[in-house]
Write a protein that binds this ligand. Structure first.
Ligand code: SF4
Length: 488
């Protein structure tokens, strides 16, 4: 990806009013839901702190908990596979599918499968893959990728969805929710009943029980894990909690931060294949634990990015995401967490510029239920990117010059005075109206205030003088008194 490509995607998104309206409406709904849900707790901040501590402890002891999880899954009758790379994960799932003679797959939402392009690989093997999460189903029909962690089709309007479903059904459809969901339900029912294999993501795996937890609002996670004869779960290696008790806290934080729900409509916890006497569940269960660059973050200043519980709250609050939506970020993860994870997983050299898609306002940190300092990480990635020379030479020259001048206060003050004088032809009503290139294109979409007649140093100096004046007057008065005393 080139810098031009990022800018092109952003410009394309900004020019698409339909997309911006859809993203704004959906994120507003999520935000107001979250605001209401948080008000129900007096100790939300304390809960954030506890959730952060659980994630920090888990990631600090990841090797221990992964080993415990693997042992428990095997004890429950399941198989465990560790995949270092995305390619390995794909190959493992392909082999499983071949082994069981799988012809069709019903999938519930899995961001890891998007990371590794699993659907394309299975299709190459002649396997039909059906997404069953409603949002994923819509974007699969549209041939697109997710634009939000919890609302993959959030950028689509009701009218666009009705058009997609109308093509599928070969008839005109109204745009009301019951009609559209009835179409999806009818189309997917047969998929659930006939799929040979279910593939799921993993909201959390519980180390002490060897269980996988899925939260869905459609109940598709339950169908995908109960009906097909084989179930495969793809899990990012960090999506683990030590105990069921921790799951309770993190599920509360996840659902309330994501949509404002006290709990999602369906929370499915399953532990391995069907046991004797059970009526449903798969004959075989495979857990694929995927690294795919995650371990490279461990022990670095970016480790806390692995604390993410994928709630999407940082996307909903981000002023940049709310304007450009998810596709502009260029990869599976978007918004502030995407701007951090994408360069970390795919390489700062190629993807570091995604970290520029942030105003660094810190709203993402305030929204994050596990207190990930995303704005600090974005600065860290920008720094690494700059160190690896992915910045424009002109930008480097400007900042080098600025740094040089900042070490010379006299010169800095002289430059300020000169700037005030030189800006005059371009300024009206306290701001720049135009400027020569390259500032001219920057000003097309931004407002640049003029240099004020008094800078911070001048204001600070006059404030100090004001504060000193009464003391000086008192001192002077005492001085006079002493003089008079001596004279007497
Ligand atoms: S970084 Fe925090 S707010 Fe963003 S998705 Fe992850 S947990 Fe949610």
């Amino acid at each position: 990806m080139s810098k031009g490509a990022l800018l092109e995607r952003i410009e394309g998104a900004l020019a698409n009013d339909r997309l911006r309206e859809a993203v704004k409406r959906a994120t507003n709904n999520f935000r107001s839901g979250k605001a209401r849900a948080v008000l129900e707790y007096d100790d939300w901040e304390a809960m954030r702190e506890r959730a952060r501590a659980v994630r920090a402890h888990t990631i600090a002891h990841l090797d221990y908990y992964l080993a415990q999880l693997a042992a428990k899954v095997r004890e429950n009758g399941g198989y465990v596979h560790f995949a270092s790379t995305g390619e390995q994960a794909v190959e493992i799932v392909r082999k499983i599918a071949r082994h069981y003679g799988v012809k069709s797959v019903a999938k519930s939402k899995s961001m890891v499968s998007e990371e590794i392009h699993l659907n394309d690989a299975l299709k190459e093997d002649g396997i039909e893959v059906y997404e069953t999460d409603l949002g994923e189903y819509i974007i699969q029909l549209a041939g697109e990728t997710p634009s939000h962690i919890i609302g993959p089709a959030l950028h689509k309007t009701r009218e666009e969805i009705a058009e997609l479903f109308a093509q599928l059904e070969g008839r005109t459809l109204s745009t009301d929710t019951p009609t559209l969901t009835a179409v999806a339900r009818r189309q997917l029912r047969n998929v659930f009943l006939t799929a040979d294999m279910g593939i799921t993501g993993c909201n959390f795996a519980v180390a002490e029980t060897g269980s996988v937890t899925l939260v869905t609002n459609e109940g598709n996670g339950r169908m995908v894990t109960a009906l097909p004869r084989i179930v495969v779960t793809l899990m990012g290696m960090e999506r683990i909690v030590p105990r069921l008790e921790d799951l309770d806290l993190l599920l509360t934080m996840l659902t309330r931060s994501a949509t404002g729900q006290r709990a999602t409509s369906y929370t499915t916890i399953f532990s391995g294949p069907r046991r004797d006497g059970e009526k449903d569940g798969p004959e075989a269960f495979h857990l694929v634990i995927v690294d795919n660059q995650r371990s490279t973050i461990l022990g670095t200043e970016f480790e806390e990015a692995l604390h993410c519980i994928r709630c999407g709250a940082c996307l909903n609050i981000c002023p940049v995401y709310r304007q450009i939506g998810g596709h502009a970020y260029g990869w599976v993860y978007s918004g502030p967490i995407g701007a951090v994870l994408t360069p970390l997983y795919r390489g700062v050299e190629e993807w570091g510029e995604v970290a520029l898609a942030s105003s660094l306002c810190g709203a993402c940190w305030e929204a994050c239920p596990v207190k990930i300092p995303l704005h600090d990480m974005l600065i860290g990635i920008r720094r690494e990117s700059a160190e690896r020379r992915r910045t424009h030479p002109f930008e480097r020259w400007i900042f080098r010059g600025f740094g040089w001048m900042m070490h010379r206060p006299g010169l800095y003050r002289a430059a300020q005075r000169a700037g005030r004088w030189l800006q005059r032809p371009f300024v009206r009503d306290g701001r720049f109206r135009w400027a020569p290139a390259p500032l001219s294109s920057w000003l097309k979409t931004r407002t640049l205030p003029a240099l004020p007649s008094k800078g911070f140093r001048d204001l600070w100096q006059s404030e100090l003088t004001k504060q000193r004046e009464p003391r000086l007057a008192v001192k002077a008065a005492f001085g006079e008194q002493r003089e008079e005393g001596r004279g007497a």
